[in-house]
Design a protein around this ligand. Structure first.
Ligand code: NAP
Ligand code: ZN
Length: 350
């Protein structure tokens, strides 16, 4: 066992406070990571606030983790001390089921182990990346390419893969019109990745506030959805819509923006059910789909894709004492575009 500093929430909705947590002793296939940066994903807020159902407390959130390997277990073969690495939303899976064998560990038949707010196969509760050290099996560590800074790479471990996966699966590329609803942490990655894949990208944001940023990130078009005539004008336009919004939307209004046979993929996780008129789907044989992060091999592929295409997260780096304020700012969409915690600022405990 080793002790490390972390930010943790004592109960649902509690503020994050600095404290000391324990990490397991290194197993043979584990790496010890000195965490440098941890991104704040909206999912962290949903879970700390118990908006998705019962959660495990005390909770150390964080599944957008970047750092440097500082120790390796006896049989680790893929990493050495000093390697730059990342960890995303999962830290274990059975490794034997069809999905694991296919590199889709997020669908593991035994249940993949979440990086935090989860229980490991050893029965221990998992604690995430808002901390200075993390122990993880090398199977769930990713290599961060040299071209990417650790700070701007951290958010790729969730926001990057969560958008890369459906863009690739649903064929974003040359000749395809892709719209991204909501330009937040996930949305600003979706715009960059879809553009790099060669698609014609549109941002559907509530206001015109982020229009210049949208263009800089590679969107050819930008629409403010609060203007009443915006959605009616765009009917039947897009081949693919990636919906990153974590609040209620009038789904029928957005499904109408798809061309026949087009697909809308939800990655946002609002807390209430969607309501959809059957005709919104049946009329143009449209698809309404969901997408859940991505597997480990594809996460590595995404990191390399981002490095090769000069893509990274646009971040605001914060210190540990700013995290609670940052949560409120994420909820009010007051972040450009991801908060990243500098974990060195977690204060030492007496
Ligand atoms: P975020 O940074 O808060 O971005 C969400 C964006 O949605 C906002 O920037 C805003 O964009 C828009 N939005 C917010 N409130 C809205 C409202 N009331 N009506 C319409 N639009 C609104 O959050 P995020 O970190 O990108 O995460 C987004 C969602 O994805 C969360 O629910 C999160 O839990 C989920 N998630 C899912 C996966 C997965 O595997 N599927 C992975 C990670 C996260 P504009 O200001 O541009 O309108
Ligand atoms: Zn996330």
């Amino acid at each position: 066992m080793s002790r490390t500093l972390a930010l943790s929430a004592a109960h649902a909705g509690a503020k994050l406070e600095p404290g000391v947590i324990e990490r397991r002793a290194l197993r043979d296939d584990d790496v010890l990571i000195d965490v440098a940066y941890a991104g704040i994903c909206h999912s962290d807020i949903h879970q700390v606030r118990e908006e998705w159902g019962t959660a495990i407390f005390p909770m150390v959130p964080g599944h957008e983790i970047a750092g440097v390997v500082s120790e390796v277990g006896a049989v680790v073969s893929g990493f050495k001390v000093g390697d730059r690495v990342g960890v995303g939303c999962m830290v274990d899976s059975c490794g034997e089921c069809d999905f694991c064998k296919d590199g889709e560990e997020q669908y593991c038949a035994k249940g993949s182990v979440l990086t935090y707010n989860g229980t490991g196969y050893d029965g221990e509760e998992t604690k995430g990346g808002y901390s200075q050290q993390l122990v993880v099996s090398e199977r769930f560590a990713l290599r961060i390419p040299d071209a990417l800074g650790l700070d701007v790479a951290a958010p790729l471990l969730c926001a990057g893969i969560t958008t890369y996966n459906p863009l690739k699966r649903w064929g974003a590329g040359p000749g395809k019109k892709v719209a991204v609803i909501g330009m937040g942490g996930l949305g600003h990655m979706a715009v960059q990745i879809a553009n790099a894949m060669g698609a014609e990208v549109s941002v559907l944001s509530r206001t015109a506030d982020k229009q210049q940023d949208g263009a800089k990130l590679g969107a050819q078009h930008y629409y403010a959805t609060k203007d009443e005539d915006t959605l009616p004008k765009l009917k039947g336009t897009f081949d693919l819509i990636i919906n990153t919004v974590s609040a209620d939307l009038v789904m029928d209004d957005y499904l109408a923006l798809l061309r026949p046979l087009g697909a809308m993929v939800n990655v946002g996780m609002p807390t209430s059910p969607y309501s959809v008129a059957p005709g919104s789907l049946v009329g143009g044989s449209r698809v309404l789909a969901g997408s859940n992060i991505g597997g480990i091999a594809q996460t590595q592929e995404m990191l390399e894709f981002c490095a090769e295409n000069g893509i990274a997260s646009v971040i605001e780096t914060i210190s540990a004492d700013e995290v609670n304020l940052a949560y409120d700012r994420v909820v009010s969409s007051d972040v450009r575009y991801r908060f990243v915690i500098d974990t060195a600022t977690i204060p030492a405990q007496d």
